[in-house]
Design a binder for this molecule. Structure first.
Ligand SMILES: N[C@@H](CCC(=O)N[C@@H](CSC=O)C(=O)NCC(=O)O)C(=O)O
Length: 281
């Protein structure tokens, strides 16, 4: 693993800790990548647990850190928060004119089809390369949790399901819980994985739950005025599947809330405290 060009691009003091943005050459994605790290005050004196955050379509490493207001709670609870860009980027990286495919829409899977396969390996980046960089360069104690929004909620749930025992907890705002069954997911999976839907199942949270994969304690919030609910998000499909298997998964539905970071900022404190409890803080 080469992280020799890891360089800090931003550093801001916030709630007694540091909100930073870093850049490096990703050998997984074959491009430059940005990720953000919030270092709580406790990280100055010892290792802390990490919450990985996966953002949604059109996002990058900035959306969470500038809009969610999580830093106050991460500082109080002593949790490092890492957020990454949502796809490989660059003029030599395949793209699409639509905002729900290509750059900004990596779907946290490993593409097998060209022209995407040479760069679009966000699953491997989030599961292997980035955590190795975090462990090597930042004061972590090895305990991890994962969360995300929309496409990133799909990513967080799917990654937690595919990696039993790795994450103490998972949470999601308005996640795409069954990408194989909805337009956003079908468009992306057809492009990135090809037309054989049998290859899609390993990247689909609902399929993984139905196959018997275990889920760590989960918290899922959905706004009832979200324009993408229920067509793209199909929240109840996962809720029913989790209930049938006795999983510890709390699904909450909130009147008036939409799909935006105003929704996320309204409940981010509860998600931070949920993860802190699971991380045994
Ligand atoms: N076309 C619009 C809408 C894109 C959008 O709503 N993106 C969401 C995630 S949707 C599912 O993954 C988002 O988080 N947007 C960023 C934000 O800061 O709100 C557009 O292009 O903006």
């Amino acid at each position: 693993m080469s992280t020799s060009d890891l360089s800090r691009r931003e550093k801001h003091y916030a709630f007694g800790g540091w909100q930073e943005v870093w850049q490096h050459t990703s050998h997984t994605l074959n491009c430059m990548m940005n990720f953000s790290v919030y270092l709580p005050p406790q990280a100055a004196t010892g290792p802390v647990p990490v919450l990985y955050w996966l953002s949604g379509l059109t996002c990058n490493e900035q959306n969470l850190i500038t809009k969610a207001g999580f830093q106050r709670y991460a500082a109080e609870l002593g949790v490092m928060v890492v957020a990454m860009d949502t796809s490989p980027r660059g003029s030599d990286v395949a793209d699409d004119s639509a905002w729900d495919l290509g750059q900004g829409a990596g779907f946290y899977i490993n593409a097998t089809e060209q022209p995407w396969a040479s760069h679009f390996r966000m699953y491997e980046y989030v599961v292997d390369e980035l955590p190795n960089i975090i462990a090597a360069h930042f004061p972590t104690n090895g305990r991890q949790a994962i969360a995300g929004h929309s496409m990133g909620g799909h990513g967080a749930l799917m990654i937690a399901l595919k990696n039993p025992g790795r994450f103490s907890s998972v949470s999601a705002f308005a996640p795409i819980v069954a990408p194989s069954r909805v337009a956003w997911g079908q468009k992306a999976f057809n492009a990135y994985l090809g037309h054989d839907t049998r290859h899609w199942q390993q990247w689909d949270s609902l399929c993984l739950v139905e196959q018997g994969q275990p889920l760590p304690p989960a918290l899922i919030d959905q706004g009832l005025d979200d324009p993408f609910y229920p067509e793209q998000l199909t929240t109840e499909l996962l809720e029913t599947a989790c209930q049938a298997r006795g999983m510890i998964a709390h699904f909450r539905y909130h009147e008036h809330y939409d799909h935006s970071y105003y929704f996320i900022s309204s409940f981010i404190e509860e998600h931070m405290r949920f993860h802190a409890t699971a991380l045994q803080l």
